[in-house]
Ligand binder design. Structure first.
Ligand code: F6P
Length: 364
């Protein structure tokens, strides 16, 4: 009997369940393979008592269109930075990776499929370097993992954000207002750029291209004739004006090590007012609506392909690698390559050229 452990780590993302289901369905076609799921990323292994579930075809029936993850997730802590209180009562972290690997040996786990974004794949690589048989699957709505044409969940986020633009356009036009839609993406502008093109926005501001507030103001003013007009701006949460910092939020959640982004849409309104822009403006922060709910058909298909390939890699002992989509193929790439640098929008990207060609201002 071979035992495969599946874990989902980091922020949830549409398509996680579709990947899990694909792994389990594929495993059930092989003799003597059992699939277990660790609850809340690797917490299920590190907790006492252990929390794992058996994943069989019955357990994963009909989950391909469900948002979230049936085995839960977390973006706090992990085997290398487990939060504990020190003797003075202050929170600190300890490395429990060796203990976790030992536990996996005792549980007769032959390999792990770790479905997650860059943070999770960094953990995968470190565990692999310690001798654990591990395979990564690229999850994130941000699409910021390199080596793969796309991550799953991204397309759903763009669809949700585009539907938001479609709604905002009608209210913007009715009230002669500027609507500023803030979307997620961390340091990557992929969600914003795709949404702006799909939704027909007038301005799109992304982290990779710091904006000039006067250029943004000029682009918006062109949309108002005799004070009548409207416009939609799509801004990525990580965008910022030249010479200004990314807007972050304070976060005191124990074990949360990421920078929490958000609030740039409101800042943009202040900056535009300061620059002399006179029209009415409103902001909408889409937030976690981009991550919840059902995956698009595209993401379900992509997730299924990732899941099948991940199991095939386990079957053939291709450890230390991540499944990647490199059109038209699904390939195994070394984990260390995927985490070496993030996938950001380069200024000469074809989509940037399309954005400019459509007359969408990038504030430059
Ligand atoms: O990485 C995915 C993502 O949704 C980012 O786009 C966003 O900045 C972050 O996670 C939000 O994380 P949390 O769920 O911890 O608020």
């Amino acid at each position: 009997m071979k035992r495969l452990l599946v874990a989902t780590g980091g922020g949830d993302c549409p398509g996680l369940n579709a990947v899990i289901r694909a792994v389990v369905h594929r495993a059930s076609q092989e003799k003597d393979w059992e699939v277990l799921g660790s609850i809340q990323a690797f917490n299920g292994i590190l907790w006492e008592p252990t929390e794992v579930v058996v994943l069989d075809n019955k357990k994963v029936a009909g989950i391909h269109f469900q948002g979230g993850t049936i085995i839960e997730t977390t973006n706090k802590g992990g085997p290398f930075a487990w939060p504990i209180k020190d003797k003075n009562g202050n929170w600190t972290t300890v490395d429990r990776s060796d203990e976790m690997i030992r536990k996996l040996q005792i549980m007769h786990i032959d390999g792990v499929i770790n479905i997650g974004g860059d943070g999770s794949q960094r953990i995968s690589q470190k565990l692999y370097e310690k001798g654990l048989n591990i395979i990564g699957v690229p999850k994130t709505i941000d699409n910021d993992l390199s080596s793969t044409d796309s991550t799953f969940g991204f397309q759903t986020a763009v669809q949700i954000a585009t539907e938001a633009v479609d709604k905002l356009v009608t209210t913007a036009a009715s009230h002669n207002r500027v609507f500023i839609l803030e979307v997620m993406g961390r340091e990557a502008g992929w969600i914003a750029l795709n949404t702006a093109v799909a939704g027909g926005a007038e301005v799109c501001l992304i982290p990779e291209i710091p904006y000039d507030i006067n250029k943004v103001k000029d682009a918006l003013e062109k949309r108002f004739h005799y004070d009548r007009g409207f416009a939609v701006v799509v801004i990525a949460e990580g965008a910022h004006a030249k010479n200004r910092k990314v807007v972050t939020k304070k976060n005191d959640e124990i074990g949360y090590e990421n920078k929490r982004l958000g609030g740039i849409a409101r800042q943009l309104i202040y900056q535009l007012k300061e620059a002399g822009f006179k029209q009415d403006m409103r902001e909408t922060v889409l937030g976690h609506l981009q991550r919840g709910g059902i995956p698009t058909a595209y993401d379900r298909v992509l997730s299924a392909q990732f899941g099948i390939k991940a199991f095939d890699m386990a079957l053939h002992g291709e450890w230390g690698k991540m499944v990647a989509y490199q059109h038209p193929n699904f390939v195994a790439v070394p984990l260390k390559d995927t985490i070496a640098k993030p996938n950001l929008v380069s200024p000469d990207n074809a989509l940037v050229r399309t954005t400019k060609g459509l007359g969408i201002s990038l504030g430059k």
